[in-house]
Design a protein around this ligand. Structure first.
Ligand SMILES: CC(C)(COP(=O)(O)OP(=O)(O)OC[C@H]1O[C@@H](n2cnc3c(N)ncnc32)[C@H](O)[C@@H]1OP(=O)(O)O)[C@@H](O)C(=O)NCCC(=O)NCCS
Length: 170
């Protein structure tokens, strides 16, 4: 079996990452708001750094560290720490296509984001929908700490419960 490679995203990866995202939306309903413009969603101007996972030259996963844009998870973390804006990043847009799951691709992507943050003395925060149980298990296994709950609002007045986490210190 070919091992997954996790590396910083390049422009040439965007089409493959978008195709993977469309696949994950079909299998898991992630992201809940839909994937009308997958390339734009992946390339959001708030992305500070992103990584892709590749197996046999196919993009099978993705994660990003984003600059904060007033997320509840950021506010929850500020409320319980002395951190400033420059030392907080938002882990987001984590997905792995179903076929590649259960091989630590998700864990390796999250570890790349955590290493990036550690090198910059940053803590990462995130929110995860309570329905996304595999993601919650992954974050908790990697030592992330729950810091509160929030409601994710999207579409035409729809909402869904989410939990906020912060990455472990050190
Ligand atoms: C969450 C998600 C990214 C995890 O991806 P993944 O590549 O399967 O993650 P991992 O392989 O690191 O871990 C998944 C499971 O495989 C297990 N695993 C990892 N490597 C393994 C190995 N070599 N042998 C056996 N099991 C293994 C892990 O222990 C874990 O088990 P668990 O689910 O029972 O806790 C993926 O399920 C996904 O894309 N979900 C939909 C999108 C989503 O919810 N995104 C989160 C947004 S916040």
């Amino acid at each position: 079996m070919i091992s997954p490679i996790v590396r910083a995203v390049q422009d040439a990866d965007i089409a493959g990452a978008a195709a993977a995202l469309v696949e994950v939306h079909a299998t898991d309903g992630y992201p809940v708001e839909g994937v009308e413009r997958p390339k734009e969603w992946i390339r959001s101007s708030a992305v500070a750094q992103a990584w892709v996972a590749e197996i046999d030259r196919r993009i099978v996963g993705h994660v990003a560290v984003m600059n904060s844009r007033g997320e509840d998870a950021v506010a929850l973390w500020h409320a319980r720490s002395a951190s400033d804006e420059a030392h907080v990043g938002v882990l987001a847009r984590l997905f792995v296509v179903r076929e590649a799951r259960g091989r630590a691709v998700g864990e390796t992507l999250v570890r790349a984001a955590m290493d990036y943050a550690r090198q910059r003395s940053m803590r990462l925060v995130l929110d995860v929908m309570t329905k996304d149980a595999a993601a919650i298990r992954l974050y908790e296994r990697m030592g992330w700490l729950a810091i509160g709950r929030t409601t994710h609002r999207y579409g035409d007045g729809r909402q869904i419960a989410a939990v906020c986490y912060v990455s472990p210190a050190g």
